[in-house]
Design a protein around this ligand. Structure first.
Ligand SMILES: Nc1nc2c(c(=O)[nH]1)N[C@H]1C(S)=C(S)[C@@H](COP(=O)(O)O)O[C@H]1N2
Ligand SMILES: [Mo]
Length: 408
């Protein structure tokens, strides 16, 4: 049963945390820990962002079934039905730590600094970094579609469609996405059917009893309340794969123009997250930073890699529009910050975000713009100071972070 906190098709729940709270821990909690301190107003507060196109679902796990179908020549017309217990007991459980980010993260900056766009006015908090545990989708597909792993023809042109049919959504009868089959079969991608988040049962808000988690790829493809998977020769035909979450070319100056020029059909769906870095302290344009006794100001942020090219290995910060750059300290997310004993002592995962911190010498002044620039292990780096505009305001990764900062 839906409650008033679950939103509706017309008015779904979409929220992001205060950015200061978001960067308090490497693993983003679904809700903040209940603190013993009386009067702590943050305790029990939702931290990990919520992005919904329809109402949040509450599904009885004992009744839930995941159906896997195949339309591809390797083994067409097979169909498997798995319970949640099957997903837990029949397959090796895998834990992946990854940043899950809405493609519209940072949209407010694109809108306010470059040009108006259409879409929810996200700040920089539509992202979380969590550990997700469940079977690898690869193993489940190989089980359901015998012969898939040994298939000689290659996976080119094949797609894994994922669906949630539990509810209507704003622009379609169901929610769906797809990724190329090669992504799922790639053992380096660690695509999981998550039953747990941060070592606890998956919360309803984040897709219980099972959601797909596609590391390195925009959040829209990680389907919550997952009930159907189709191995297919074509992409998902769902609205959110075909008519949303695309970086339209600049000729798409309005929704009407995009339709008229057929640009939705001509533009591929977004998949990989772009490399990105966000200034979280100071958390808002126009904020004031206080110099310490040594004349330095503290700046903190997070950075995420492009696709599977992580982790982020370097972040630089400038407070004078790129004349001087300072290397940050990257706070390690590998050893200490895991709920999974198997991951203790391992280096930071390639899909995880990094939190960073830097102390920059500064004079008291006004109107300071803070830039931050990340580079990942694959050598991808951020180059655009103001970022490139697109109609839907997705994939924004400008170097320019906070503007109009006062230093005292
Ligand atoms: N079933 C379903 N799955 C969904 C969505 C949705 O509306 N319905 N939203 C998607 C989008 S756009 C994002 S960014 C992520 C958000 O996940 P979260 O709410 O756990 O943060 O879920 C994705 N999966
Ligand atoms: Mo999203």
């Amino acid at each position: 049963m839906a409650t008033s906190d679950d939103g509706t098709v017309e008015k779904p729940i979409n929220r992001e945390p205060n950015i200061n709270h978001l960067v308090q821990s490497i693993l983003t909690p679904s809700k903040s820990q209940t603190s013993k301190a009386p009067g702590d107003s943050h305790s029990g507060e939702e931290i990990a962002y919520d992005r919904n196109h329809g109402p949040i679902q509450h599904i009885d796990p004992s009744q839930h079934r995941l159906t896997i179908k195949s339309e591809v020549p390797v083994n067409a017309d097979v169909s498997a039905v798995l319970s949640v217990d099957d997903l837990k007991a029949k397959f090796r459980q895998h834990t992946v730590q990854c940043a899950l980010q809405c493609a519209g993260n940072r949209r407010h900056e694109m809108r306010s600094r470059v040009k108006e766009v259409s879409g929810i006015d996200w700040g920089d908090g539509a992202v979380m970094n969590a550990e997700w545990t469940g079977p690898l989708l690869r193993d489940v597909l190989i089980h359901a579609v015998p012969g898939l792993d040994a298939w000689q023809e290659g996976y080119e042109g094949l797609h894994v469609q994922m669906e949630c049919n539990a509810t209507k959504v704003q622009d379609d009868e169901w929610y769906g996405s797809s990724v190329p089959l090669g992504v799922v079969m790639d053992e380096e991608r660690e695509v999981v059917l998550a039953l747990e988040m941060n070592g606890a049962p998956l919360p309803d808000r984040h897709g219980a009893p099972v959601r797909s988690v596609i590391p390195g790829i925009i959040g829209a493809r990680s389907v919550k309340w997952l009930d159907t998977i189709v191995l297919s020769g074509r992409e998902s035909q769902n609205h959110y794969q075909q008519h949303d979450y695309k970086v339209l070319p600049p000729e798409a100056t309005s929704p009407e123009k995009a339709e008229e020029l057929g640009l939705w059909d001509k533009t591929p769906p977004m998949q990989d997250n772009p490399i990105n870095s966000v200034v979280a302290i100071p958390g808002e344009d126009g904020d004031t930073l206080v110099r310490r006794d040594d004349g330095k100001v503290r700046i903190v942020g997070y950075a995420i890699p492009k696709g599977k090219d992580g982790p982020v290995v370097k972040v630089q910060v400038s407070i004078d529009r790129g004349r001087n750059w300072y290397d940050v300290t990257i706070m390690d997310g590998g050893d200490e910050n895991t709920t999974n004993p198997a991951n203790k002592g391992k280096p930071r995962g390639k899909f995880s975000w990094v939190l960073w911190e830097v102390y920059v010498p500064a004079e008291p002044t006004e109107g300071v713009d803070i830039w931050s620039k990340a580079t990942d292990l694959g050598g991808n780096t951020m180059s655009e100071v103001q970022g490139t505009w697109n109609l839907r305001g997705v994939g924004y990764n400008a170097v320019e972070g906070r503007v109009g900062i006062k230093i005292i």
